[in-house]
Design a protein around this ligand. Structure first.
Ligand SMILES: *Cc1c(COP(=O)(O)O)cnc(C)c1O
Length: 425
């Protein structure tokens, strides 16, 4: 094994250091495997109930009328997320698009949207109109209110109660911290928040931005009262095989409106050809629980390696996980570059490329990104990135297999050791 890692560029010292860290992680990994096993059962149960068969994998074109593969995939998703309905489409281009459809379909002029968990994901700022943008919800007369979290990351129930008013129609809860410094929320915490909001206003609708959270726990927010859960197929639920797409699972009432918004009033879910993507969507969902487990093991391994070397990690080495993101504060530009170059060198695609910090639209500092993915921008595949500014943190996520995630982390450490930034104990 050492020899194989040596061929891949990992020194004996780095490999052995990794193995000592891994010794301690066996019980954590066993718990992650149990969750994957449970969620695999959940996916299989829904596929069996909906009698998935080879005819569901056929391609359709044009309008896509009577697309049984697409319609059945939506039943399968609804079965997995325990919702009345689902919209799962290649025509949903990314997570931001799925969220935009869910919001704009369920908010009318005069309505107010409330985020009770502080600022939403960056790309939603323009969708909502927090940052001025053409075609934002704000332009259509939908207002936005926000209740910030307490300094310790818990919900500020007083502020939330005060923010829920006559016009509050929809509440948006982001499960993963994304690029923020707050903790990610457990499904149980989200359930409590939903119950609170509905106790204040029983007819309010709740949408959960489920990006990066799918299959990390046994329950999903839709099990605890969310009217819609929304996410991207090039993250967790696509299992690395979906080349595009997004999903919205929820109540029939909400999902029907989403379908009319996505296509056109009157057309709804009836149109939208699958373009031959059904095998990837079905098989990706089937693989998703194990793919997520591999990514989670990678995140736990990274936190334990880097915390042990004195770097601060969020979540830390021992915390339970609510999404697949791992932040590691490396403290310097040079360390961020070395880390990302290691991740890149371990990739199956573009491994020979050397990532460098560069200016990016929308950022006030240079950004470095490492990704060697089969699907462009897919962040269920192993990737790392971060803005080059204090505290010089990299955000690391994904890995289609645990072994690839492991190699990526060992290579990141290898580069840090080679540049003299890290000395192994
Ligand atoms: C990835 C992500 C999104 C959507 O991003 P896309 O790049 O448009 O797919 C939204 N919210 C969160 C928390 C995310 O992680």
């Amino acid at each position: 094994m050492e020899q194989m890692y040596a061929l891949l560029g990992v020194s004996k010292a780095v490999y052995e250091y990794g193995e000592t860290i891994l010794q301690e992680l066996r019980p954590r990994f066993a718990a992650i495997d149990q969750t994957a096993e449970y969620n695999q059962g959940k996916v299989l149960l829904s596929m069996q109930k909906h009698r998935v068969n080879a005819t569901h994998f056929a391609a359709t074109t044009g309008y896509g009328y009577d697309d049984e593969g697409r319609d059945n995939l939506e039943r399968v998703y609804a079965g997995v997320f325990h919702t009345e309905a689902a919209l799962v489409r290649p025509q949903i281009t990314c997570g931001t698009h799925a969220l935009t459809v869910a919001l704009s379909a369920n908010l009318l002029p005069g309505d107010e949207l409330l985020s009770p968990v502080g600022a939403p994901y960056d790309t939603l700022e323009e969708v909502i109109g927090i940052r001025e943008s053409k075609c934002s919800l704000k332009e259509y007369g939908v207002t936005y209110a926000q209740a910030d979290l307490n300094p310790d990351g818990t919900f500020n129930y007083d502020a939330i109660r005060a923010a829920i008013g006559d016009r509050t129609k929809l509440i948006t809860i982001q499960r993963s911290k994304g690029y923020a410094t707050r903790p990610s929320f457990s499904v149980a915490q989200i359930g409590e928040l939903i119950a609170f909001c509905k106790s204040v206003k029983p007819d309010v609708k709740v949408m959960v931005d489920n990006c990066y959270g799918e299959f990390v726990e046994r329950l999903e927010p839709s099990d605890l009262g969310a009217d819609m859960v929304v996410g991207s197929l090039i993250k967790n639920p696509g299992g690395g095989l979906a080349p595009i797409g997004g999903y919205i699972c929820g109540t029939r009432e909400c999902v029907e409106r989403c379908a009319y918004r996505l296509s056109a009033p009157g057309l709804g879910q009836e149109v939208g050809a699958n373009l031959g993507l059904m095998p990837a969507f079905y098989q990706g969902l089937f693989l998703a629980p194990t793919v997520v487990a591999g990514a989670l093991k990678g995140a736990v391994f990274a936190a334990n390696i880097y915390e042990n070397l004195g770097f601060s990690c969020v979540p830390n080495a021992s915390e339970t996980r609510h999404d697949i993101i791992q932040a590691v504060t490396l403290g310097t530009r040079e360390a961020m570059v070395a880390f990302c170059q290691g991740i890149q060198a371990a990739a199956p695609v573009d491994s020979y490329v050397t990532p460098e910090p560069w200016a990016m639209p929308g950022y006030d500092s240079d950004v470095i990104m490492a990704a060697g993915a089969f699907v462009q921008g897919s962040s269920i595949e192993l990737s790392a990135d971060g803005p080059i500014r204090p505290p010089y943190a990299v955000y690391f996520q994904g890995g289609l297999t645990w072994y690839h995630a492991k190699l990526g982390i060992l290579m990141s450490l290898q580069k840090l050791v080679e540049t003299g930034i890290v000395r192994l104990p």
